[in-house]
Design a protein around this ligand. Structure first.
Ligand SMILES: Nc1ncnc2c1ncn2[C@@H]1O[C@H](COP(=O)(O)OP(=O)(O)OP(=O)(O)O)[C@@H](O)[C@H]1O
Length: 216
């Protein structure tokens, strides 16, 4: 469902970053661990198709991401890759419901208010559908972002530090939401984190060491 091989990336003027080969099967869940600067966020951005690799392959649901570009890549990302960013941003002038429907529309999908409302109910947020994002708490916003990441039934869900700065109770809730909803939707889940509290909850770990720097 998600596989990388011989993946490399170089920011302009910087040494090349490399990642070990790995694969996540359908429904499999793993943590992406490693010290600051080891390349976790860069890897998530590559997997989400937001950066183009300098070399190597990324396969998501039997599609080589490298073969896509422009609007084809945007559509594929919208349909098959769910992203839960560290800093959640929404379209401020749209209601929560319309933000979710926009994610379907943007991915070229039929908009389904009933699916959006069902997801909000599953995440214990039925009352927020008509509200504007600015009227939500940070915790509510993060759950809405999870609903948005899941709405198109992605093959892969990528989360970047989803529990940073949350207390233990809230961190456990978010971890459970990710694990349970990822499993319900049958998507592969990769969570980049420094959070030691998540290590017991997710037993498969991909640990990056010091940045491996290679030749371009
Ligand atoms: N936009 C950028 N331009 C140049 N170099 C960058 C850029 N973003 C990241 N880097 C460099 O790439 C390397 C990997 O950074 P990355 O943010 O992927 O690491 P990380 O493991 O996510 O770190 P952290 O845990 O601190 O978020 C670091 O050496 C970083 O300085």
């Amino acid at each position: 469902m998600l596989e990388i091989r011989q993946l490399r990336y170089a920011y302009p003027g910087r040494p090349v970053l490399q990642w070990p080969d790995f694969a996540l099967a359908r429904g499999e869940q793993a943590l992406l661990l490693g010290p600051s600067g080891s390349g976790k966020t860069t890897l998530l951005h590559l997997l989400a198709g937001m950066l183009t690799p300098s070399g190597g392959d990324i396969r998501v649901a039997d599609t080589l991401l490298n073969t896509l570009s422009g609007s084809a890549l945007d559509t594929f990302r919208g349909q098959r890759i769910g992203v839960l960013p560290q800093r959640v941003s929404m379209l401020d002038s749209l209601s929560v419901l319309d933000n979710l429907l926009f994610a379907q529309y943007f991915a070229g999908q039929r908009t389904q208010p009933s699916r959006a409302l069902h997801l909000l109910e599953q995440l214990d947020l039925p009352e927020v559908a008509p509200r504007l994002p600015a009227q939500l708490s940070q915790g509510q916003l993060q759950r809405v972002a999870l609903a948005r990441a899941l709405i198109n039934q992605p093959a892969v869900l990528l989360a970047d530090e989803p529990t940073a700065s949350l207390d233990d109770t809230r961190a456990a809730q978010v971890a459970n939401l990710l694990a349970e909803h990822g499993q319900q939707q049958g998507c592969s889940l990769l969570i980049a984190t420094h959070d030691a509290r998540l290590k017991a909850r997710f037993t498969r770990h991909l640990t990056l060491t010091e940045p491996i720097r290679g030749q371009a």
